[in-house]
Design a binder for this molecule. Structure first.
Ligand code: SAM
Length: 271
């Protein structure tokens, strides 16, 4: 499939990618296979089929998603989350009274981001002998990745950037890999949800992870619209975390940079 045809296909779903050549090659192969399965020899026929048959379009949309993630992806970010963001959230809860800290991992893939936070939270609790309960909404459009997150089993290669102590403390070896400890799998709502077309699954989040999806793969107008929508679900003073190679689009968003670190923002009351 040439680049022009691929761009047309992406456009159909409001997607627009730059870079990531290796990933793009893999996705093109998946789409070419799907085209053959649907009996389409030309991209034009495939595009018509996608317009006509929602179930085929649904499958193509799934094939266009990139569910790649890693535990503690972007190490520096997690250092700042551990040293500044988590203590600040704990301090605020002490002032506002008991209640869970509510986090949304939007586009969570197989849950690596979710469990990275759970691990840091648990370590904080062990160190300071107290921590507020943590409640996480983990959402994705792809039910298959959500199921993997729910089960919590990862291949050994997926744990390569975790220290042996972290693997030992938080994972249990099972026949097909390593399973995240049961104690860490509670208080997570795994939900099928599209942050482009649906409103947020809850309100007043204390922290939202929106990394390596909306701001990387979507067309600018879609990015703007969806970001505004996502931000309405973040409480004032709450944290928005984006990917290491991503930027907040130019515009009036109620956000200020936090700790001078480029991926962390705090919601302000005025845009
Ligand atoms: C590259 S992974 C990023 C995972 C994780 N946030 C991270 O940074 O490691 C992108 C994930 O976003 C999901 N995604 C893409 N568009 C989405 C949408 N409109 N609504 C919800 N999830 C979406 C994909 O299915 C995929 O699992």
């Amino acid at each position: 499939m040439d680049d022009g045809s691929f761009r047309m296909l992406l456009g159909l779903f409001n997607l627009s990618w730059r870079g990531y050549r290796k990933v793009r090659r893999g996705v093109k192969k998946r789409i070419a296979r799907h085209m053959r399965q649907c009996g389409c020899r030309e991209v034009g026929d495939y595009l018509i089929l996608l317009e006509e048959k929602p179930e085929v379009a649904h499958e193509a949309r799934k094939l266009l998603t990139v569910p790649i993630s890693r535990f503690f992806r972007d190490q520096r970010l997690w250092e700042v989350v551990e040293s500044s963001v988590i203590p600040e959230l704990m301090r605020e809860i002490e002032i506002t009274g008991p209640g869970p800290v509510r986090v949304w991992s939007a586009g969570c893939a197989c849950g690596e981001e979710v469990f990275s936070l759970k691990i840091l939270w648990d370590e904080f609790e062990k160190k300071f002998l107290k921590a507020s309960p943590l409640e996480i909404w983990a959402s994705d459009t792809n039910p298959e990745v959500l199921e993997k997150g729910r089960v919590g089993i990862y291949e050994k290669t997926g744990l390569r950037n975790l220290s042996p102590a972290t693997v030992q403390n938080y994972f249990v070896p099972v026949a097909n890999g390593f399973r995240i400890q049961e104690g860490l799998r509670g208080e997570i709502h795994w939900i099928e949800h599209d942050f482009i077309s649906e409103s947020a699954p809850c309100k007043n989040f204390d922290m939202i992870f929106l990394r390596n999806n909306l701001l990387t793969y979507y067309e600018p107008p879609t990015k703007m619209r969806a970001l505004i929508q996502v931000l309405t679900a973040l409480r004032c003073g709450g944290f928005l975390i984006i990917g290491n190679n991503e930027e907040i689009p130019t515009g009036k968003f109620p956000l200020k940079s936090y700790s001078g670190y480029r991926c962390i923002f705090q919601k302000t009351s005025i845009p």
